[in-house]
Each structure stands twice: as structure tokens, then as C-alpha cells.
Design a protein around this ligand. Structure first.
Ligand code: C2E
Ligand code: MG
Ligand code: MG
Length: 594
């Protein structure tokens, strides 16, 4: 009905045809339709609503006021402006007309300019009203659309898309409510932090689809273990939380936690494979372990961390002891971060010697931390820690980059035969693509050749995911880098690993050398390993040689290379340079630190 005023249709109703003709002439720029009685007028108007009606007031059978009222009453015609034409006294007609819903009046005899002016005015008004209504309708639709969208967004903002569980923000909200409720009712409640123990393994070996399925299945099992009034949420990754409201005794929290662990121990079916996992749970109680959201979550998290550390598949309540350990851990983490940023780390290099000639063959880079408050710290004090808190990647990258840069001077200045050995954490192998990129970068930056680099990995840590580790090591090996299995003999699967990993050298652990005596068990052991290695075409390094006696026994056994305080302790890079320059002798001439 978005007619231009000019195209408008006007319905003229009058019982006297001549009146219709006169009016029609005055309005000949419009489309005119007409009726000579009320009934016909209504019929026409309902079938095809006009834009305006000119209505004679006085008609037999049905008068104009009645017609007008009926038009107003019908939804098809209620908005059409009606102008009533009357000959009777104006006052009375106007009152009745307005009551019936007319918009205007004309009195007979009609004056053409007035008729045209009124008609135009009302058509324009109606057009504007129609447009306004249409705009308003569009606005309403838009508002409705936005409301639906908003609702959806709110849901996404509060629920985890994968599992449908409340997410972190809704969890925080619910925890706040639980605190208020418990406060009011003087009740106890518990917050559980749950972490899956083998999630990463599932993701890495069975793929992300399997990982997703596992998370969904775990969510359903968790929901089964709790009451409707409790909350299970997913904070992200494989971290879940449970709020157990209204506890009568704290032992109830442990009971539920144990049931959850049992449920997690039931095998999951992933990719048609039965997979067994476990979880670690930490519990914080309101009000004894915390009275606000931050305290409770931090403490439940700390308890969970402790639970994971003390073996898997465990439940651990928060305690003052955990609190102390946690703050120590956090402090240490901060310090290590700062150490990486402030260059507090440095490398020592320990010479490696060829047994048959007594010549230097290379050096092993060993990291140290010059801690501003505690003096020089050795790897035993921070490498494991770096692995736990995830800083090992940064640390490992720093070591590799620095070692390559520093050693490039030696290996490229006519000492091309020297090899630089760098220790790797097995965690770095789990992030294999990153490691390979890093190695490429370090080699390119320093100008070293790949075959001058040797990477040492410890067997004990390879057990987690030997297949993936083998893959990464193979790629490194194909680049020309040699791989050494460090601390050989201390792990559980040395032989199995030798079969699956592309290893060129094994390094017999220091512990077998410590009280090495001819004809002793350890001497036999080293002898056996060396002859086995011969058969497998592997080189053998023996580390921790501290005396001439140990060296001689080692020689008898046939080891290829040795490393130990007898020749040299790890040296700072300047001392190592002196050694190369012949200023520092190798061997028994050095003090042996105890
Ligand atoms: P490792 O790779 O077996 O390194 C040899 C360790 O034995 C070094 O200890 C070295 O100082 C010590 N050592 C060498 N000769 C003798 C000896 O004759 N007698 C005795 N008693 N000890 C000797 P350090 O530097 O404390 O390193 C300990 C371990 O920390 C290393 O064992 C290695 O597994 C790890 N590590 C060192 N640097 C790094 C690193 O940059 N990254 C990683 N991931 N681990 C590192
Ligand atoms: Mg080593
Ligand atoms: Mg070792």
C-alpha cells in the first residue's frame, strides 16, 4: 500500500449518483470507485481496501456513521481515513462522526479546492503513517532477531561448546552463589579440581577427535556422579571442576571424589579402542580452606597439583603444607622466568675424550643458574622444575641457541672435528615440530654443520610416547644430527628403546662407574653393555670417570669415549677456550671438585 498519493484509490459512497459524479470530477487525478449504499460500500472496501473513503452521512438503510463504524471495526479497513460528507447541522454530525471514527468532514455543497486539499492532506498523512508502521515493524523484527542472537551469545559465553558444561565464567558465578548460600545457611561445601592424567597422550596418539570424544564422555560421567543442585564445569583443556553444595561432613567430598575417580577408571571406547585413563583430584572446602572465589579456586588447584605430583589417580585435600609448597613453587617459577629474561643462566662445557688416543672429541653443554640470592644452582635444582611448570621449552631453546653460538667459534675454527653435545628434555620431543624448527634455526644462525651437533636424551623419560619421540628423532637424524641415549642403564626399557630409536651412541650412567673396581659387578656390567653395543654398531661413552683406575678398567672394557672429572670438570666458556689454546692441560693435572 505504498502508493504515491497521486496513484491513490478513493471510494465514494453516496445514495445520489449525481453527487458521486460531481465528487469524482473534482478528484479526477485519482482512481475512483463508488457505491450507492452502505452494504455495497463495505463489500468493496473489504475486498480491495481503498486509500481513502468519502462517505455521505445521510443514506437510507445504512447511514454513513454506521458504515464508518463498521469500517473501523474490521482489520482490513480500520486504518483507512474516512471523510464524512454531510448537509445537516455541523455540530451534531461532527460529534457522531468522530465517535464513529471519521477523520474529517465536508459539508454540502462541497467546494472543490477544499475537497482536494482535505483529500490530499489525509492521503499524505496515511501514507506517512503506513511508512512509519512499516519501519516500526521492521524494527520489531530486528529487535526480535537481536534478542535471539543475544540469547545464543550468552549461552556460548556461559557454556563450553564441546561438552555443554558451564564454562569458566559461569563456574565463577555459581561458585559465588554457593559461597553466599553457604554463608547464609552456615553450611559446608566443597570445590573439586579434576585433571585427567592421560589426556595429552590420547590427543597425541589417537588424534583430536578421540580427545574431544573423551572430554564429552568424561563430562557425562561427572554429571552422573553429582546431584542436580551441584555444578560440574569445564575450565578448559582437560580441567574440570565440581561444586558440591550442602555437605554435612567433609568426608562426603572425599566420597564423591573417589566415586569420580572410579568412574574415570572405567575404560573409554575411543576409535574402537578401549582406553583407560585416570584423574587427579584436589579438594578445597568452604569455609576452612577459603571464603572467596579466588582463594577456593587457587587452593583446590594447588591440591590438585599436589595430587598429580604424588602419583596419579589420587584425591588430595588442601592443606597448609600444600599452601607452603605452592607459594614456593610460584616463587620459583617467577624466579626462573626472570632468570630467562635477565640472562642469569649460563653454560659450562665438559670435554669428551677419545679413549684410544686421549684426544678431545667434543664437549657437553651443561646449564647453570647464577641465582642472585642463592648462588650458582645446578640443573638438579631447576630442570625438573622447569619441566613441571612448562618453562622447559624456553629454557631448552635458550640452551640450544646459546650452545650453538658459543661452540660455533670452536667447531668452525679449525676444530671441525669437535662435536657439541646438548641435553634435551623429553618434553621437548613431545613438542616435536617446534624442536625441529628450533634446531634448524640454531644451526643456521650459528653456521655450525648438522653433524657437529649431538643431542642427548635420557631414556627414563622416553617411555611416555616412544613412537612419537622416535619419529622426531628420526627427522633430526636425517638432518645429520647424532643422537645419544644418556644415563643408559637407569631406565626400564633400554633395550627396547635401542630397537625403536635412531640412536648412534649410548652413554653409560655415572652410577655404574662410582665404585668401579676390576672384576666387580659394575665392571662386568659395563663390559657386557659395551660388547652388546659393538654388536649393535653403537658407540659407547662412559661418564663420571674420576680416577686413573676407573679409566683403566674402562679401557679394558673397550669404551670409545669418556667424560669425567679425571680429565676435566665442566668449564666456563673462557676456560674451555684456554683448554683449546693449550693453556689448560687435560687430565690429572686438574683439581677434582668433590
Ligand atoms: P648428564 O647429561 O648425565 O650430565 C652429566 C652430569 O654429570 C653433569 O652434572 C656433570 O657435571 C656431572 N659429571 C661429569 N663428570 C663427572 C664426574 O666425574 N663425577 C661426577 N660425580 N659427576 C660428573 P650436572 O651439570 O649437574 O647436570 C646434571 C644433569 O642435568 C645432566 O646429566 C643432564 O641430564 C641435566 N642437564 C644439564 N644441562 C641440561 C640442559 O641444558 N638441558 C636439560 N634438559 N638437561 C640438562
Ligand atoms: Mg648429558
Ligand atoms: Mg648422564
Amino acid at each position: 500500500m505504498n502508493h504515491h498519493v497521486k496513484d491513490a484509490t478513493i471510494l465514494i459512497v453516496d445514495d445520489v449518483p449525481n453527487n458521486i459524479r460531481i465528487l469524482g470530477k473534482m478528484l479526477d487525478s485519482f482512481t475512483i470507485r463508488y457505491a450507492t449504499n452502505g452494504a455495497d460500500a463495505l463489500k468493496l472496501a473489504f475486498e480491495d481496501p481503498p486509500d481513502l473513503v468519502l462517505l455521505d452521512a445521510m443514506m437510507p438503510e445504512m447511514d454513513g456513521f454506521t458504515v464508518c463504524a463498521l469500517l473501523r471495526d474490521d482489520h482490513r479497513t480500520c486504518d483507512i481515513p474516512v471523510i464524512i460528507i454531510t448537509a445537516i447541522t455541523e455540530l451534531e454530525a461532527e460529534t457522531r462522526g468522530f465517535a464513529a471514527g471519521a477523520v474529517d468532514f465536508l459539508t454540502k455543497p462541497v467546494h472543490p479546492p477544499t475537497v482536494r486539499a482535505r483529500v490530499n492532506a489525509h492521503l499524505t498523512l496515511k501514507k506517512q503513517r503506513d511508512e512509519l508502521r512499516k519501519a516500526n515493524q521492521e524494527l520489531q523484527t530486528e529487535i526480535q532477531r537481536r534478542r535471539i542472537l543475544e540469547e545464543k551469545l550468552r549461552e556460548q559465553a556461559e557454556f563450553d561448546l564441546l561438552t555443554g558444561l558451564p564454562n569458566r565464567s559461569l563456574f565463577v558465578d555459581r561458585l559465588g552463589q554457593s559461597i553466599l548460600m553457604a554463608q547464609r545457611n552456615h553450611m559446608l561445601f566443597a570445590l573439586l579440581f579434576i585433571d585427567l592424567d592421560r589426556f595429552k597422550w590420547v590427543n597425541d596418539t589417537l588424534g583430536h577427535d578421540a580427545g574431544d570424544t573423551l572430554l564429552i564422555d568424561v563430562s557425562r560421567r561427572l554429571e552422573r556422579e553429582i546431584r542436580k543442585s551441584d555444578t560440574v564445569a569445564r575450565l578448559g583443556g582437560d580441567e574440570f571442576t565440581v561444586i558440591l553444595n550442602h555437605l554435612f561432613h567433609e568426608s562426603m567430598a572425599e566420597l564423591v571424589a573417589r566415586k569420580i575417580l572410579e568412574q574415570l577408571n572405567v575404560p573409554f571406547l575411543l576409535k574402537e579402542q578401549s582406553v583407560t585413563i585416570s584423574g587427579s583430584i584436589g579438594i578445597a572446602l568452604y569455609p576452612s580452606d577459603g571464603i572467596d572465589v579466588d582463594q577456593l579456586t587457587q587452593h583446590a588447584d594447588a591440591a590438585m597439583y599436589q595430587s598429580k605430583k604424588s602419583g596419579r589417580n589420587m584425591v588430595q585435600f588442601f592443606s597448609a603444607e600444600i599452601n607452603r609448597k605452592t607459594s614456593e613453587r610460584l616463587q620459583m617459577e617467577g624466579e626462573l622466568r626472570r632468570a630467562l629474561a635477565n640472562n642469569e643462566l649460563y653454560l659450562d662445557y665438559q670435554p669428551k675424550i677419545k679413549t684410544s688416543t686421549g684426544h678431545l672429541t667434543g664437549m657437553e653443554a651443561l646449564v647453570r643458574w647464577n641465582h642472585p640470592g642463592r648462588g650458582v644452582l645446578f640443573p638438579i635444582h631447576f630442570v625438573k622444575f622447569a619441566e613441571h611448570c612448562g618453562l622447559i621449552f624456553q629454557l631448552g631453546a635458550w640452551v640450544l641457541r646459546t650452545a650453538c653460538q658459543e661452540a660455533a667459534k670452536w667447531t668452525n675454527n679449525g676444530l671441525g672435528g669437535l662435536k657439541l653435545a646438548v641435553n634435551l628434555s623429553a618434553l621437548q620431543l613431545q613438542n616435536g615440530t617446534r624442536l625441529i624448527e628450533l634446531v634448524k634455526e640454531c644451526i643456521a644462525e650459528s653456521g655450525m654443520l648438522p653433524h657437529q651437533l649431538e643431542l642427548e636424551i635420557t631414556e627414563s623419560m622416553m617411555l611416555n610416547d616412544a613412537k612419537m619421540a622416535a619419529d622426531i628423532l628420526m627427522q633430526l637424524h636425517e638432518m645429520g644430527i647424532s643422537i645419544t641415549l644418556d644415563d643408559f642403564g637407569t631406565g626400564h626399557s633400554s633395550l627396547a628403546l635401542l630397537r625403536t630409536l635412531p640412536v648412534q651412541t649410548i652413554k653409560i650412567d655415572r652410577s655404574f662407574v662410582t665404585d668401579l673396581k676390576a672384576q666387580s659387578y659394575n665392571a662386568n656390567f659395563i663390559g657386557a653393555i659395551i660388547s652388546m653395543a659393538r654388536n649393535l654398531n653403537l658407540d659407547v661413552v662412559v661418564e663420571g670417570i674420576e680416577s686413573a683406575e676407573q679409566l683403566n678398567i674402562m679401557k679394558d672394557c673397550g669404551g670409545d669415549e669418556v667424560q669425567g672429572f679425571y680429565f676435566s670438570p665442566p668449564l666456563g666458556k673462557n676456560s674451555f677456550q684456554d683448554l683449546l689454546d693449550g693453556q689448560l692441560p687435560l687430565g690429572g693435572g686438574l683439581d677434582i671438585p668433590s
